[in-house]
Ligand binder design. Structure first.
Ligand SMILES: C[S@@+](CC[C@H](N)C(=O)[O-])C[C@H]1O[C@@H](n2cnc3c(N)ncnc32)[C@H](O)[C@@H]1O
Length: 200
């Protein structure tokens, strides 16, 4: 990730945004993960993991990132025995099938170029238990094409623009691989989804 994105993801406004999004869009699910096991992909500096712990109170969070520097930073930032930070590529997860009750991602999948973002969603499906939940907070290629802010970010930060998903394409794909959409909210630049792994 470029230096601007790393810096943006380590600031107090980022903490505030993730806290706000979690309370606003996921509140009705706060009780379903109490004492359960959760995976976060693309955890960055660990802000999301702390917020997940605060509101959902799972017994264990495995918070992962591809970038070793982020994992070191997160480990230094967050000292909580319920959260374990590990290096992992979200498109190639090293966890057994049906290991987690929920998977979270805050702004990570748009960094993963096609066809790996599709692979990532299939991996998430694989590691989730039946009826396990997926919580998505992300942006799509449209977010970098509209408005002054979107265009500014596009020209100042590094993302896989030519291999990034369109929002509708992403939502269709999630459902095509075996998730049932429980909730969808569009919030300007970003969108949130809650989906459930369907039992076959
Ligand atoms: C915009 S940051 C978001 C960080 C954090 N979730 C937050 O909201 O503050 C995106 C993160 O995704 C990670 N990332 C990118 N590609 C990844 C992949 N294939 N697997 C796991 N993490 C990845 C980056 O290293 C980075 O930490």
């Amino acid at each position: 990730m470029d230096k601007l994105s790393v810096w943006l993801c380590n600031t107090s406004p980022r903490r505030w945004i993730l806290d706000f999004v979690t309370k606003k869009y996921y509140k009705e699910y706060f009780n379903v993960l109490r004492g359960k096991k959760v995976l976060e992909i693309g955890c960055g500096s660990g802000l999301g993991a702390r917020i997940i712990l605060k509101y959902f109170v799972p017994s264990e969070i495995i918070a992962t990132d591809l970038d070793e520097r982020q994992i070191v930073l997160a480990g230094n930032n967050v000292g909580d025995a319920h959260i374990i930070f590990e290096i992992a590529d979200a498109a190639q997860l090293n966890y057994p099938d049906h290991s987690f009750d929920a998977v979270f991602e805050y702004g990570a999948i748009h960094h993963i170029p096609s066809p790996d973002w599709q692979k990532c969603l299939r991996e998430i499906l694989r590691v989730l238990k039946p009826n396990g939940k997926l919580f998505i907070y992300d942006v799509s290629i449209e977010s970098f094409s509209k408005g002054v802010y979107g265009k500014l970010i596009r020209y100042t930060s590094k993302h896989p623009y030519d291999k990034m998903f369109r929002k509708e394409e992403f939502i269709d794909y999630i459902q095509s691989v075996g998730f049932r959409l429980l909730k969808r909210k569009d919030g300007g630049r970003y969108f949130t989804l809650v989906a459930e792994k369907q039992c076959t």
